[in-house]
Design a protein around this ligand. Structure first.
Ligand SMILES: [Zn+2]
Length: 296
C-alpha cells in the first residue's frame, strides 16, 4: 500500500502545482465549438447513480435556482461606495477568493454549472454546494445556473477546460464561478477526480468519480466531496490566497487533516482506498477560519 500511496501523492503534488501555476498566463478564449450557454438550468441528475449515500433526486430535474424572486436584479451598491468594483477571475486558483467572499466585492454569487449530457451532478451535490457557499460568504445570495459544455474530449488539459468555461462578465455586485462536470479525464496528470484551473473555473470528471466508488464508499459521496474540495480551491484553500503555513508540505494547496474536505486524497481516484470510511465532505475549523479571514 505504501508505494501506491506514495505514487498517488506524487501525482497529487503535480496537480496542485498545475492548479497553482497553470492559469495566469493563459486568458480564457471563447473557441467556436467550445462555447457554453448559461440560460438553461442543469439537466436532471444522471440516471443509474443510486449510490447509498445519494440524496433523493427529483424526477425530471427542473431549475436549479436556489434564490428568491427578483434575484436577477443587480444587487444594491456596497455600503460606502459609489458602485460595485469590477472583478477579475482570470488569475490563478485562489486569486478570486476575496471577490467571492468579501462583502465589499460582491453581494451575490452565481455558480454556473456547465455539464455534458450524462455527466451532470446529483441534486444533493448542488444543494450542498449552495448551502456551503451561503455559509462561508456570510449569507450572500447564491444562485446556481446551468449550461452545457459542447466540446467532447477523452482527456482535458487545463487550457481546454478554461476554454470550455468560456468568458463571463464579472462584477456589478455578482461574482461568478464556473463548475464543469465532464466526461473524460484530466490530461495533465493521472488519478485526478477534479481540478481547479483558474480563479473562477474548476472541473469535476464525472466518469472518474463514478469509477472511484466502491461498495463501501458510494460515488455520490465522492462527487459531493470533490465538488466541495474544488470550491475550496476556488475560495483560496489551502494557502492559495493566505499564507498560513498550514498547507500539507507534501501536497501543496491541501490540508494535513484527513477529516477536512481539503485533504489531498479527496480529489484522487484512490479516494475510496485512502479514506475507507468515506471522504470528508465539509471544511474543518481551520478551513472555515481561513475563509472568515479572507471575508474580512
Ligand atoms: Zn485539491
Amino acid at each position: 500500500m505504501a508505494p501506491v500511496v506514495r505514487r498517488v501523492a506524487a501525482l497529487c503534488l503535480l496537480v496542485a502545482l498545475a492548479a497553482a501555476c497553470g492559469s495566469g498566463d493563459d486568458p480564457t478564449l471563447a473557441i467556436p465549438g467550445d462555447t457554453t450557454t448559461t440560460s438553461s438550468p442543469p439537466d436532471a441528475p444522471a440516471p443509474g447513480d443510486a449510490a447509498p449515500t445519494t440524496a433523493p433526486t427529483p424526477a425530471g430535474g427542473g431549475p436549479q435556482e436556489t434564490t428568491v424572486p427578483g434575484a436577477s436584479e443587480p444587487p444594491a451598491p456596497p455600503p460606502g461606495g459609489p458602485s460595485w468594483p469590477d472583478l477579475d477571475g482570470s488569475g490563478p486558483p485562489g486569486s478570486f477568493a476575496p471577490s467571492v467572499l468579501r462583502a465589499d466585492r460582491s453581494a451575490r454569487v452565481e455558480v454556473q454549472v456547465l455539464t455534458q449530457p450524462g455527466a451532470e451532478p446529483r441534486r444533493g451535490t448542488l444543494d450542498h454546494l449552495a448551502a456551503v457557499l451561503r455559509q462561508v460568504t456570510g449569507g450572500k445570495e447564491v444562485v446556481l445556473t446551468g449550461g452545457t459544455v459542447a466540446a467532447q474530449r477523452d482527456a482535458w488539459t487545463a487550457a481546454e477546460l478554461r476554454a470550455a468555461a468560456g468568458d463571463v462578465r464579472q462584477g456589478g455586485g455578482t461574482a461568478v464561478l464556473r463548475l464543469l462536470f465532464v466526461h473524460g479525464r484530466y490530461a495533465d496528470a493521472d488519478g485526478v477526480l477534479g481540478v481547479t484551473v483558474r480563479g473562477d473555473v474548476a472541473a469535476v470528471f464525472s466518469d472518474e468519480v463514478d469509477a472511484a466508488g466502491s461498495p463501501l464508499v458510494g460515488s455520490a459521496a465522492i462527487e459531493d466531496a470533490v465538488t466541495i474540495h474544488e470550491l475550496g480551491h476556488l475560495l483560496g484553500l489551502v494557502d492559495l490566497h493566505l499564507a498560513t503555513g498550514r498547507q500539507d508540505p507534501d501536497h501543496p494547496g491541501h490540508s494535513r487533516n484527513r477529516r477536512s474536505v481539503m485533504y489531498w486524497a479527496v480529489e484522487s481516484t484512490l479516494v475510496a482506498d485512502v479514506l475507507q470510511g468515506g471522504p470528508p465532505r465539509d471544511f474543518d475549523a481551520d478551513d472555515l477560519a481561513d475563509l472568515a479571514r479572507i471575508r474580512g
